[in-house]
Design a protein around this ligand. Structure first.
Ligand SMILES: [Zn+2]
Length: 276
């Protein structure tokens, strides 16, 4: 999902997270930090974390939708950098996404890899009972959906499979980041590809209807804005974004013609959901 920037947390909640994080950071060694991160996370204040969830909702176009698969209801606060390796990011607002149980609990879990200085991918693994040592330094292979636009790395096949693949014409490192992210999240689960296809058809219908109404001249300014917002607030927003990105490709002539009469649909409206 493409998130609409980074909203700031309300100050009392930010202060609460900072206070939790300081407790972890104050411990003298890494293993103790990991243990404390686990304990504090288990005992986290449910009411305060409901506010964190609401704030995360404010960054997406569909409330409570999983930021990874754009499909299921999301009720889990997911750590982009796993807390089992990065205890210093356990209560870091910028490390959170809203995720469904499948994407978080079954797919991504603690899977994480980093690039070493030679751009080898180093998977972070730890055997049961093995003492915890910090991860080697290096940049993350997994795409950070809070800071990066996934569609800078991934492309969606709108003609046949409705699967995500790495974009062509990108450097080797970006391609490997795309491959790792697709595989880690299992983004091409069959039910997701079927739903993306259905959403593609719905988006095309909404686009046609919008342009038909606009051409008829019967829409007031408010109606036009409302219908435009409605298109941008549908599920699987990356499908819509890719329709826009690919409108000039072969086979998309009809869609491109519609956009020529409605260029205002090419830009995402600046809307947010209320934080609470
Ligand atoms: Zn999901």
């Amino acid at each position: 999902m493409i998130l609409s920037g980074n909203l700031a947390l309300p100050q009392p909640i930010q202060g609460f997270l900072d206070e939790r994080q300081r407790k972890i950071d104050a411990l003298p060694n890494y293993e103790e930090k990991i243990e404390e991160a686990k304990n504090l996370w288990k005992k986290k204040d449910k009411t305060k974390f409901e506010e964190v969830r609401c704030a995360l909702c404010g960054m997406s176009t569909v409330p409570r939708q999983c930021h990874y698969c754009e499909h299921s209801e999301a009720d889990e606060v997911e750590h982009i950098y796993p807390k089992s390796w990065y205890p210093e990011r356990t209560f870091l607002w910028e490390n959170y996404l809203l995720s469904c149980g499948i994407c978080n609990g079954s797919k991504k879990r603690d899977r994480f890899s980093i690039f070493d200085e030679f751009y080898n991918e180093i998977p972070l693994t730890r055997k049961r009972g093995q003492s915890a040592t910090p991860p080697p330094s290096g940049s993350a292979v997994f795409i950070n959906f809070r800071k990066e636009n996934p569609l800078d790395f991934l492309t969606l096949d709108l003609k046949r499979t409705f699967c995500f693949t790495p974009r062509i014409n990108q450097d080797d490192r970006s391609r490997r980041r795309a491959e790792f992210t697709i595989k880690t999240l299992d983004l091409n689960r069959s039910f997701l590809t079927v739903t993306r296809r259905n959403c593609f058809n719905s988006y095309c219908s909404l686009l046609k209807q919008y342009v038909t109404d606009k051409r008829s001249g019967t829409l007031g300014a408010g109606d036009q804005e409302r219908k435009r917002d409605n298109i941008w607030k549908q599920c699987h927003a990356m499908v819509w974004q890719e329709i826009i990105n690919k409108r000039e490709e072969k086979g998309m002539e009809e869609i491109n013609g519609l956009f020529r009469d409605a260029p205002e649909l090419l830009t995402r409206p600046p809307f947010y959901f209320p934080v609470s």
